[in-house]
Design a protein. Sequence first.
Length: 229
Amino acid sequence: MAAYAHRQGQWVETSLFEAALVQTYWQSAIALATGVAPRAMGSAHPLNAPYQAFEASDGWIVVGGANQKNWLRMLDALNATELAGDPRFISGADRMAHLQELETELGKRFRIKPAKYWLSALEDKGVPCGPVHDMLQALADAQTLAREMVVEVDHSALGPVKTLGLPVKFSATPGKVLTGAPLYGEHTRQVLHECGFDDQQIDCFEKEGAIVTSMPRHACERWPDAVTP
């Protein structure tokens, strides 16, 4: 978009390496400022506490009790208001300095009751929280389905299959995932036909090992213009 706004053609280049590195913004900032490499913290936030996953009696939840207001609200939901006066946990800096002790104190309380109970209690107090889903639970979540992030498409060899939908929604030109992942060489003939090559030429390419074609008969019936019978 920046190149488009500049109104001048130019190459836009990036890589998975750079994309991954820029996602370490917290850890990189700490390392560059202190000269110390951050260590593994599990699900905990590097600058705020408590802001992490906790184990309930039947699963895991994530709780964001990072600022002072949410910290006190969280203690209220936990019925653990005595921790508000604990000198180890008075301020955010204190809680970060005693993170392991904080995790122990909160963890033993969260493990008493199920996730559904804690999520309801925390939400009632206005504390940010949410369940930790496994992949099947995440894919079956109501929001996942409402956003059409799981769709059923026709695969040329497997028949109907479920796959991920499009994560970007366009109001004027909406898109959809229409087919399953192609087999190796499945669309070679179709693409070469669209480029002006006939079947005889394509057969020669394949014989010489320049291309691979692999299109099941029922897939050919779906694209009658792509292959000459």
